[in-house]
Design a protein around this ligand. Sequence first.
Ligand code: A3P
Length: 313
Amino acid sequence: MAQIQNQGFDSSMPQEKWMGDVVLYQFHGFWFSPLLLQGTQELLNQFKPLSGDVILASFPKTGTTWLKSLLYSIINRSSIDQLAGNHPHELVPQLELQVYGPRAVSAPPHLPSPCSTSPSNRIFGTHLPYQIFGKNAISSDCRIVYVARNPKDTLVSYWHMVNTMEMAKRDPWSLEEAVDKFCEGFFPYGPYYEHVLGYQKESIGRPKKFFFVTYEELMSETKTQVKKLAEFLGCPFDNEEQVEEVVRSCSIETLRNHEVNKSSDMSKFIPMPLNSFFRKGQVGDHKNYLTKDMIERIDRITSDKFHGLIFKH
Ligand code: A3P
């Protein structure tokens, strides 16, 4: 794996206008806002996973919030009620934003400190691609869970999310522009396809280190996948009731009804309204938004990049 340089943010880096006034900078083949780049640099320099750590990796809008809830409840089964009072992104902090970087906050008391040196089941999230994060990830026996989602639903979910942000209030982001940027790979943490492939390739033949799952698999066979996830984490369920409790506690219907997740206030840990993480939670929602031409364009790229694996279209 190539050495990732400890360079700081540098205005001579390749840059590309993304949406509105937001400019993305290219770092080792992937696109970042300056804000994310700062936390990423700190993380790469400082984060040494412990052997008991669980890292949830994902491209944004692929089911991160759902997986954070599931991981937290499987690992901390006796304190599953914490989900009622804490946003999933508070229970499982995002490394490059909440542990390192400008939004870093001290961990709530029920979370082990990220500076702890004693092995424990700490859980962190990251949107960093494996091509950048891999060197840190392989430095210990930590486990990596990756969730992937169909590119068209990911894009539509992302487009909705951006339009809830302050910067889109005056000048909403058009779907045409979002599709163009997605297809060209100019997305924060993108290109999407390379992000998915980075983890998918690494996961092959390493079932103890990686758990690679799709949002669609989780939707269609939730209990089966949740049981597999618990086994992977080394915390298998004793009975069906436990599985059902975890599935129910982490369903979008349950989560979106907790006061903490209902608020349209900006979250202090991620620059988004707290309720923006729970929209529809459906497979195939892109059909309500994308035109036939947009779908064909994305499908061509998907088949070219994934060769019928992961997602056929
Ligand atoms: P939609 O916008 O398609 O509804 P992320 O957590 O990575 O930001 O992904 C957000 C997407 O996951 C949103 O998709 C959101 O509605 C969906 N989601 C959030 N919580 C979920 C849950 N518990 N179960 C299923 N989907 C969920």
